[in-house]
Design a binder for this molecule. Structure first.
Ligand code: PEP
Length: 251
């Protein structure tokens, strides 16, 4: 049985103080009736204070970061290493988000290097893949996404793959209000699982969690979560509204 995993990607939102307020608000009204695994991924500037509050008030939420570099230290001005993230209390790391691919030139090769670096430092990756609207409309979505999967996982061994969460995020659904139909999203998640089975073993593919991401909100989460191969959600916009995030957790 795969435990449902709902993660909130705050993106470049919330100062440290705002993040503290948010997490206190979340703690005040927190319920987790489905017993999901829940994580929040604030900007790096708020990781430590969010972690301290989660621990202080025993809020059942894990911590993730949104990005890191693959080197462990050195002359890389402005970058943050996996070890630095880990030391602040993060357990998860989002890798290869489409916004990083689009605005910061991240390629599958860079994502792959970050994956290896995450494992080395003991961070659990949430690895994002997904197609653009052009690719979907030209009928090449599955081929494109499975190729991303293969290139991003190159050289990742069996021991590490079961700790990976894959986030299938069609780019055209991110921040647009358009959600993939639950049937289309599930088909892609199923194809991803199938390919992980080909690359490793079926048992491993059955254990890997695959999230859907793209305009997830309280009104569409239940249907998405009723699908066979969708094991959770990576939530952007709706994760920075306490009430919406709680409704999503309690779909
Ligand atoms: C995301 O940031 O990963 C995301 C899916 O954003 P949104 O939910 O806002 O579409």
């Amino acid at each position: 049985m795969r435990k449902t995993f709902i993660a909130g990607n705050w993106k470049m939102n919330m100062t440290n103080l705002e993040a503290e307020k948010f997490i206190m608000g979340l703690g005040d009204s927190y319920k987790n009736k489905n017993n999901c695994e829940v994580a929040v991924c604030p900007p790096v500037t708020a990781l430590l204070s969010v972690k301290k509050l989660i621990d202080k008030y025993s809020i059942d939420v894990k911590l993730g970061a949104q990005n890191m570099f693959y080197e462990s230290s050195g002359a890389f001005t402005g970058e943050v290493s996996p070890g630095m993230i880990k030391e602040l209390g993060a357990e998860y790391i989002i890798i290869g988000h489409s916004e990083r691919r689009k605005y910061f030139g991240e390629t599958n090769e860079i994502v792959n290097r970050k994956m290896s670096a995450a494992f080395k430092s003991g961070l659990k990756p949430i690895m994002c893949i997904g197609e653009s609207l052009d690719i979907r409309e030209s009928g090449r979505a599955e081929k494109f996404v499975l190729n991303q999967l293969i290139e991003c996982l190159a050289g990742i061994n069996e021991k590490n793959i079961s700790g990976v969460t894959i986030a299938y995020e069609p780019i055209w659904a991110i921040g647009t209000g358009k959600t993939a139909t639950s049937k289309d999203a599930n088909e892609m998640c199923k194809a991803i699982r199938g390919r992980i089975g080909d690359l490793y073993y079926k048992d491993i593919s059955e254990a890997v969690r695959i999230q859907y991401g793209g305009s997830v909100k309280p009104s569409n989460i239940s249907e998405l979560m009723s699908m066979t191969d969708i094991d959770g959600a990576l939530v952007g916009g709706a994760s920075i509204k306490v009430d919406d995030f709680i409704s999503i957790i309690n779909y």
